[in-house]
Design a protein around this ligand. Structure first.
Ligand SMILES: [Zn+2]
Ligand SMILES: [Zn+2]
Ligand SMILES: [Zn+2]
Ligand SMILES: [Zn+2]
Length: 754
């Protein structure tokens, strides 16, 4: 990181932006016409760094590390046969996964690691994953004399998956081989199974095809508003307005999620063996689908240089993904200027229909680069230049332009300009996707492989749902259709992220013809107007004039979650702190805000909040049963100081519940009344969350997991209405999570309705 910053600052001194910013193309043309010595120095700096970032690895050491892990896995796996423990099988999968990762491109070892993981995955019941691992092992050159074992396993998994075509193919292949008696027996067995499958009535997969009727349309305003979205009919709260699947996203923070589908609950990640374990896929299918992109990114991942480039990495991905679609429009063009003009032509054409392809929608997104500060602009120019040089120097990306009339230099200019353009657009239009993940997972651990969590594939153990209560940002993602929604601090939509797709629900009733708004920052229920203004101005360069911000008391809703009862005995009046006096900061309980005390607006006395520290003390000692009683009482006493759904109450409930569950997870046993108390506190917290964040928000669902766990353990009373209401929330989860939540519901909760 520092090295890149150093190179950028050296480059910065070489370029001048004195003439002002015109557009992406003119910027790079100006760069290309720098005096030769300057230009050469500029490019040399980048090239040198790219060379230096190469991280060679020692294949012998990879082999050694991988073998050790595989052997460790073998011990655990053999042990599981005697103890018949599913936990041990999953642990073996974990170790074999580590062996797969460590092997990198030491293919002999890699093929063995895949083969062994396939065996353990099959044993655990992950048949689809096991099937893939057999194919992986064979692909990496699994020893010829043992191949029949792996093919037999593949055939078995194909049978389990009811994939007749694959089963038939593998059986045919086995027929050609010399098999010993026991394998011949297995083969005969599987042949019988195939016949049975063939004679089974064809289970037609009844795919529920949800009619995707767009309830919104795009209109164009020649003025400031530009393109925007309005309701085509009256839409009632909770209805799906539109969905969108993104073809371009990048994982945030080197997170290991599937690069193709953004799956995060992986149980058998398949890494690219060539880029130091930085890229994984959930399946061979995803790996295949992503190969057209990864072939140009692999070297960059190997050098670990994408992490340094932020939004420009996503911009690069847009270029890689869209160039095949843009190219046919440009084949006749002979000069860089001609090519750029045509691209801008495409970008200017009005939205022909709602079904304009993604690349056109993306080309048409608004860019705010023209309003960026000089430093910001320079940074993005250098990033785009850096990536273009990378593509030229380390990939064969530019070969695809060889047969066209324009020169490679022309195309280099175009590609730099396009990366810069997309980066500028993404600054204002990029989205960030989230998923529920466990807290504090090690970077190379995978949720699906944690023995403490699972009883069988995608079925959690009783009491473990709360582990998935942490909403984590996982992707930076391009959603050009969603980007057409303008901003309002009172959004009309609630966006569900499902891997690389989004579903947008109506957050309220929307009238026919009403504009549909997204919220680009915290909404009016969760922030003061002044707190929102800053990011809106900094990032999106506008001043909000939404219905909430233009009200005479724009902060009324937010402040209703900050009502106090004065703690001074002779006052005891209800008050709302004066946001201006508090320097717009009412979150006094954060250490960083210690110098912003809360003053009663009635008696002007400063509030000491002694009860707050007492509460924290009790949380620290909540392992102790009597302290726990005090803690529950202290929580109920909060009503003395905090009025209604004060947002601090939710936060304190959060702390309390989390702390008690940490104790439970560590083996402290709570009694009946403890659990009833906890359930009561969670229910109150959910009410508050529903009021401030909405009852389908991620915050709500995350906190709900704790209540599910208590109910699953039969530790608190409940009723059918509550259960059904809770079950309804899974609709708002990503599909991989929805499956896990529904399994949990069916395994442990449903029965309690009866
Ligand atoms: Zn995937
Ligand atoms: Zn790679
Ligand atoms: Zn606003
Ligand atoms: Zn007072």
């Amino acid at each position: 990181m520092e090295r890149l910053a150093r190179v950028f600052s050296q480059q910065d001194e070489l370029i001048t932006l004195d003439t002002g910013y015109k557009d992406e193309f003119e910027t790079f043309k100006a760069l290309a016409s720098l005096p030769a010595d300057k230009l050469q120095r500029l490019q040399q700096l980048a090239l040198k760094l790219q060379q230096d970032l190469e991280q060679p690895h020692d294949r012998k050491r990879c082999t050694e590390r991988s073998r050790n892990l595989r052997e460790e896995g073998n011990l655990v796996f053999r042990g599981s046969a005697t103890g018949s423990s599913q936990d041990a099988v999953l642990n073996a999968c974990r170790l074999y996964t580590a062996a797969v990762f460590e092997a990198e491109d030491a293919v002999d070892e890699l093929s063995l690691a895949f083969a062994n993981r396939g065996m353990a995955l099959q044993e655990y019941g992950y048949y689809r994953e096991a099937y893939d691992d057999c194919a992986n092992a064979l692909e990496c050159g699994y020893p010829e004399r043992l191949r029949h074992k792996v093919i037999m396993r593949q055939a078995y998994c194909a049978w389990k998956l009811k994939n007749m075509a694959a089963l038939e193919e593998h059986l045919d292949c086995l027929e050609q081989l010399q098999l010993n008696e026991s394998f011949q027996q297995q083969l005969d067995n599987l042949k019988q199974k195939l016949n049975l499958l063939k004679n089974q009535p064809n289970e037609q997969e009844t795919q529920e095809k949800v009619e995707d009727k767009a309830l919104a349309e795009i209109l164009t305003d020649p003025g400031q508003r530009g393109r925007y979205m309005v309701a085509k009919e009256t839409i009632s709260k909770g209805k799906v307005i539109f969905s969108e699947r993104a073809s371009c996203f990048v994982p945030l923070e080197q997170l290991l999620i599937c690069q193709q589908c953004a799956a995060s609950l992986m149980s058998a990640p398949i890494p690219c063996p060539k880029c130091h374990q930085r890229v994984v896929y959930c399946s061979r299918k995803c790996r295949e689908a992503h190969s057209a992109i990864h072939k140009f990114e692999c070297a960059a991942y190997r050098k670990d240089l994408l992490r340094l480039l932020g939004v420009s990495h996503l911009a690069l991905r847009l270029v890689l993904a869209y160039i095949p679609y843009i190219m046919p429009h440009l084949e006749e063009r002979t000069t860089a200027k001609d090519i750029w003009d045509e691209i801008m032509n495409l970008a200017r054409k009005p939205e022909a229909s709602e079904n304009a392809p993604e690349y056109l929608r993306s080309l048409r997104m608004v860019s705010l680069l023209g309003q960026a500060s000089k430093a910001e602009l320079t940074y993005h120019i250098l990033c785009a230049n850096f990536l273009q040089l990378y593509l030229k120097g380390h990939t064969d990306f530019f070969d695809q332009f060889d047969s066209l009339s324009a020169s490679t230099e022309d195309w280099q200019l175009i590609i730099s300009s396009l990366i810069l353009r997309f980066a500028g657009q993404l600054l204002a239009n990029g989205h960030v996707g989230y998923a529920l993940l466990p807290v504090g997972m090690e970077p190379k651990e995978f949720v699906g492989l944690q023995p403490d969590l699972w009883q069988k594939p995608r079925h959690l153990k009783r009491g473990q749902l709360h582990i998935l209560s942490h909403s984590e940002l996982i992707t930076a993602i391009n959603l050009p259709y969603l980007s057409l929604c303008n901003h309002s601090c009172e959004p009309s939509i609630r966006t569900k992220f499902d891997g690389c797709s989004v579903v947008n629900y109506a957050a309220k009733d929307i009238l026919d013809g009403e504009e549909i708004f997204n919220c680009y920052t915290r909404n009016y229920m969760n922030s003061l107007k002044l707190q929102r203004c800053e990011p809106l101005k900094d990032v999106y360069k506008f001043e909000c004039a939404c219905a909430k911000c233009t009200k005479t008391d724009p902060d009324q809703n937010y402040l209703s979650f900050h009502r106090y009862r004065c703690e001074k005995p002779n006052c005891r009046q209800e008050f709302v702190p004066d946001a201006r006096v508090q320097r717009n900061n009412l979150i006094w309980w954060l250490a960083s805000n210690a110098e912003n005390p809360i003053i009663c607006t009635v008696c002007q006395e400063r509030q000491d909040f002694a009860w707050y520290n007492e509460f924290l003390e009790l949380i620290w000692s909540c392992a102790d049963s009597s302290k726990r009683q005090d803690l529950f009482k202290a929580f109920n006493d909060l009503d003395k100081w905090l009025v209604d759904y004060h947002s601090l109450k939710r936060i304190m409930a959060d702390e309390l519940v989390t702390a008690c569950f940490v104790e439970i997870d560590e083996g402290t046993s709570l009694d009946e009344s403890d659990y009833e108390n906890l359930a009561g506190i969670i229910r109150k917290q959910l009410e508050g969350t529903a009021t401030q964040c909405g009852d389908t928000s991620m915050e709500y669902i995350a906190r709900m997991t704790y209540l599910w766990d208590i109910i699953a353990q039969k530790k608190c009373r409940t009723n059918e209405k509550e259960l059904l209401q809770m079950k309804g929330k899974v609709e708002y989860l990503a599909s991989e999570h929805r499956e896990v939540f529904l399994n949990y519901y069916n395994d442990f909760i449903e029965q309690q309705c009866k």
